[in-house]
Design a protein around this ligand. Sequence first.
Ligand code: HPA
Length: 234
Amino acid sequence: MTTPHIEAPAGAFAETVLMPGDPLRARYIAERFLTDPEQVTAVRNMYGYTGSWRGQRLSVMGSGMGIPSCSIYASELIDHYGVKRIVRIGTCGATVADLNLGDLVLALGASTDSNVNRTRFGGYDLAAIAAWPLARSLAEAAEQLHRPIRVGNVFSTDLFYSPQADLIPMLSRAGILGIEMEAAGLYTAAAERGAQAAALLTVSDHLISGARMSSDERQRGLDQMIEVALTAIA
Ligand code: HPA
């Protein structure tokens, strides 16, 4: 069985998929956290793996960067491989002063400058929200592991390099916690298909103070975020 972007046999994916942006992170997660991981797809080097975690079948696959890439993989996983739950694990740039590098953000809602949700929704504004059962499990897992988590709205941008000088103060005034590039598209792609999605993000850089994580800190943050995600879906 193949789709335009995934070459894997029917049934190759578990019902739950962890989805980092970077395919090499998908490989890292599979090799480090899954039992008996098997690579199931590698089209365009967008690696996908299936294995198990504490006896539960689990897949991990990269999404690439941005709403178009993430929407393609999420749609094909749900439509053709029976995936029912997607947990994006990624990073965000903080847009409020009281978040610190390494903090966890649960994107309960995802605002966006992208037009994709209006295109999908007859020109109206759709509130892209995380699936509550997944969001609740992620928040509870963070609490259980004593990892502080902020739950709220994020901004999924099409433009990493925005020309809009007052973007960050505007987002901050609206209570947006951070900027990333996928959640608003992922949430709608999943919702339209009756699947669940949620995004758990580590603050990797601070767009007010200018602080940035070192690569060591990024790795530690990634490991802690994966532990929360794995605990949540167990
Ligand atoms: N912008 C968009 N996406 C991001 C950022 C950012 O500053 N940081 C991490 N992901």
